[in-house]
Design a protein around this ligand. Structure first.
Ligand code: HEC
Length: 98
């Protein structure tokens, strides 16, 4: 999961709270900034709901099924199906910090 975030350049915009969201500089800070954390841009949403990708705003932003704002990454360099499945499976397996 974290390698995908790095490879997709999310930190170029979300390094220091860009768009109201910092991805963090490590797997652990990414986890702390996302799992169980409320969305700042779309009230009522949670960035990552451990065990529930379908209701995780970050996953929906990556899949293009979000209810607010743009699909991510905003550059248009979207995740391929394999990468999306990796994110989904990680969230559905409880979004472990390891
Ligand atoms: C070119 C700049 C840019 C890039 C690259 C980018 N984002 Fe964003 N992101 C934004 C902006 C601006 C917003 C706020 C507006 C919106 O939601 O469209 C945002 C909002 C978000 C939000 C909503 C945060 C919240 O709390 O509501 C998430 C989650 C997110 N981005 C994830 C990502 C991920 C994951 C990546 C990498 C795959 C990524 N973004 C890449 C600019 C970017």
């Amino acid at each position: 999961m974290w390698p995908i975030i790095q490879a997709k350049g999310c930190s170029s915009c979300h390094g220091t709270n860009g768009g109201g969201f910092s991805v963090g500089s490590s797997k652990s800070t990414f986890h702390a900034n996302t799992v169980g954390v409320a969305s700042t841009s779309c009230p009522g949403n949670t960035r990552i709901v451990a065990g529930d990708a379908a209701n995780s705003f970050l996953y929906r932003k990556l899949a293009g099924t979000q209810s607010c704002g743009e699909r991510m990454p905003r550059t248009g360099d979207y995740l391929n199906a394999t990468q999306l499945n990796t994110v989904r499976d990680w969230i559905n397996s409880g979004a472990p910090n390891n």
